[in-house]
Design a binder for this molecule. Sequence first.
Ligand code: ATP
Length: 223
Amino acid sequence: MLEVQSLSKSYGAKQILDKISFSVKPGEIVGLVGENGAGKSTLLHILAGLIKPASGDITLNSYSYESRPKNIRRHIGFVPQEIALWENFTVNENMVFFERLAWNNTHRRELRKLCQDMGLEKWNEPVKVLSGGMKRKLNLAISLIHNPDLLLLDEPTAGIDLKSRKEIGAYLTNLAKINGKVILYTSHDMDEIIQICDQIYCLGNDPFYHQVLKEYGRQPILL
Ligand SMILES: Nc1ncnc2c1ncn2[C@@H]1O[C@H](COP(=O)(O)OP(=O)(O)OP(=O)(O)O)[C@@H](O)[C@H]1O
């Protein structure tokens, strides 16, 4: 269970998050929507433990971010918007590198299976020859190596072809429903958000998003 209480963050005089509170149960996928600059990535970076909020409390499975930061990070998988890979290493070598960082003892066969689950069949190709979408699939596979309880995905399917997006959506749904993961997810693809998310949080005050979600028959939760 992820619990967020009265979380605030500003950059200079600009208030990005203003006392937001919510909780997400195991098995739930939450979509974060809002205009560019609404604060979606900022929220994910705070939840990933990469930046600190100005105030507020966050707990994951009852452990406080404040008092157990290192312990908490082991239970979080984060896919940033920017692709973060070793370009000269092969897919295989990237997976093994990140597996060693995670101290997880995952067998190479399972690492390969994770890539295949994301629709990435290339294993011995250097990352620099992969397409943008294939690199995103690899980023996603890496975020799952240490079997995190909380998965934070910042536009993970941008540039991924429709077939793979559908497969990844189905994979994430299974991961949440069968393995009880908490998943927070940003995307500008409203169809994708509607399809895979149990709840949809709207950041910023742009009424456009509230209206669009209502047209889809979904009730937005305003943060
Ligand atoms: N390190 C930083 N220093 C100053 N301002 C920042 C910093 N990071 C983000 N911001 C500002 O905070 C606001 C929220 O940015 P954020 O990236 O969280 O938005 P977003 O909703 O993820 O946008 P997008 O849909 O474009 O990815 C923006 O106005 C951005 O310019």
